[in-house]
Ligand binder design. Structure first.
Ligand code: ATP
Length: 446
């Protein structure tokens, strides 16, 4: 019996013959091979599906051979999903360009016309590398030491130790950056399901039209783009834990669909009527006031009952000041090693300043502040001047010129204001993924 590698592959090329030939070859080896002729669909495909490898043409317009368009799409892909393994199709003679693309973040390149074995080897190598990185990341997440000596965090850890190895549904509440994601992973690693999959789904990043197919899967032909049968995230998590992040962001009709799955403990793939039994532990998280949403009929009360068997509130960092210094030292050590910098400590005056500040972006903001400081610091001890802490609302810079970066910064500030600091909503407003917005917040010190 030949078993297919469970990888998900996307091929993007405006030449249908190329697409067909590549797909025919890859389908014999990989479980899911999607293709797309229109590069404009790249943002939609990449943000809504988790592809392991993306094969991308460098030149979409036939008379254009600069590869400029390919570079732009490569950037868009890496902006949305920085861990993507992108393999470029380049024409013979474009090797210089291919080298430039690898420097820009592509995994590898394949010359057109390709040799089948060479294409397969390149895809396998990119996959292997991606899986090794994912494993490394999962291990570092699993083994992540959670810091929290404050009474508030000690109470959280106490609850976690009592409930982790039960199958109780858990709802984690807390502002952006308080550690909901790491806590969910931590609970999984303490549970009896620790050797089974942990599948995290950012519900804020899935469009309404794709919700069902992404979560519950679909069968071939269920809709125009459904070219194959596909498992949904619930099925992928079977036996393990599913983590539904940003649960407060889904609409009432989608809440009803989710409730049905949780009540029946089974999913039906879109386009099928076969029930697939589920054995998953559910952990949900939101930064919204979900009780209030339920009281205002924006969130279904029956769904809330089902998901919050145990509710864990993660306090904002300003309410656990005891944790600020241990966290800062933890990040100092992490980034000192990563960037090979000689910094080993934090001055008393900076320590005071860190404890006084109210950290609206919570632990993520502290982490980014320390990372920047470690890179910039000239001496052995971090000083107040090394750490950028915003004391007031970010000022809009004078938007008189046509500096693109300034304009981008201003748009981000405005979107954040409009959405009251809610990252998911601001990202949607700006047409960015949350990850892409976070990167820009960091870039502009926001
Ligand atoms: N107790 C902790 N100890 C050490 N690091 C932590 C702790 N809590 C959070 N972090 C780190 O802070 C960062 C933000 O955490 P995380 O992504 O889990 O927050 P979140 O609440 O899920 O954020 P968002 O709501 O924006 O998705 C991560 O890099 C995480 O590793």
């Amino acid at each position: 019996m030949i078993t297919l590698d469970p990888a998900k592959i996307l091929i993007i090329d405006d030449d249908l013959d190329v697409l067909r030939a590549a797909r025919l070859l890859l389908k014999r080896h990989f479980e899911q091979v999607d293709f797309e002729k229109n590069p404009q669909k790249i943002p939609y495909l990449v943000s809504n599906f988790d592809y392991d490898v993306i094969l991308l043409d460098m030149n979409f317009t036939r008379d254009l051979s600069s590869g400029k368009e390919g570079f732009e799409w490569l950037d868009r892909i890496l902006d949305t999903k920085p861990q993507s393994a992108v393999i470029l199709f380049t024409a013979y003679g474009d090797v210089e360009m291919a080298v430039r693309a690898i420097k820009a973040g592509a995994a590898d390149f394949v010359l057109k016309p390709w040799e089948n074995q060479k294409l397969l080897d390149t895809v396998h190598a990119a996959l292997q590398k991606r899986r090794a990185t994912q494993k490394e990341k999962a291990n570092s997440n699993n083994s992540q030491h959670l810091i929290g000596q404050s009474p508030a965090m000690q109470a959280v850890f106490e609850t976690v130790s009592r409930v982790a190895n039960t199958d109780a549904n858990i709802l984690i509440l807390g502002e952006n950056g308080t550690g909901k994601d790491v806590l969910a992973r931590h609970i999984h690693t303490l549970s009896l399901r620790k050797d089974k999959p942990f599948v995290g789904v950012d519900l804020g990043a899935i469009s309404e039209s794709l919700f069902e197919s992404e979560l519950f899967g679909h069968v071939k032909g269920a809709f125009t783009d459904a070219r194959d049968d596909r498992k949904g995230r619930f099925e992928e998590a079977n036996g393990g834990t599913i983590f539904l992040d940003e649960l407060g962001n889904i609409t009432l009709p989608l809440q009803a669909k989710l409730l049905t799955v949780l009540q029946n403990r089974s999913v039906t793939r879109v386009g099928s009527n076969k029930l697939i039994p589920l054995d998953v532990r559910l952990i949900c998280a939101t930064n919204r006031n979900i009780q209030q949403m339920a009281a205002q009929q924006q969130f279904r009360q029956d769904l809330l009952y089902r998901i919050n068997t145990i509710a864990i509130q993660l306090p904002p960092l300003r309410e656990r000041t005891e944790d600020i210094l241990p966290l800062a030292l933890h990040f100092l050590e992490q980034y000192r090693l990563r960037y090979q910098r000689p910094v080993t400590g934090i001055s008393d005056s900076l320590a005071n300043q860190l404890q006084q500040y109210d950290w609206p972006g919570n632990i993520r903001e502290l982490q980014h502040a320390i990372e920047r400081a470690v890179i910039l610091c000239q001496g052995k001890t971090l000083q107040p001047k090394d750490v950028f802490i915003k004391n007031a609302e970010p000022e809009l810079s004078d938007n008189t010129g046509y500096n693109l970066e300034e304009m981008e910064r201003n748009m981000i500030v405005q979107a954040l204001k409009k959405c009251n600091g809610n990252i998911t909503e601001a990202a949607r407003e700006l047409g960015l993924s949350r990850a892409a917005l976070y990167r820009r917040l960091e870039k502009y010190n926001l």
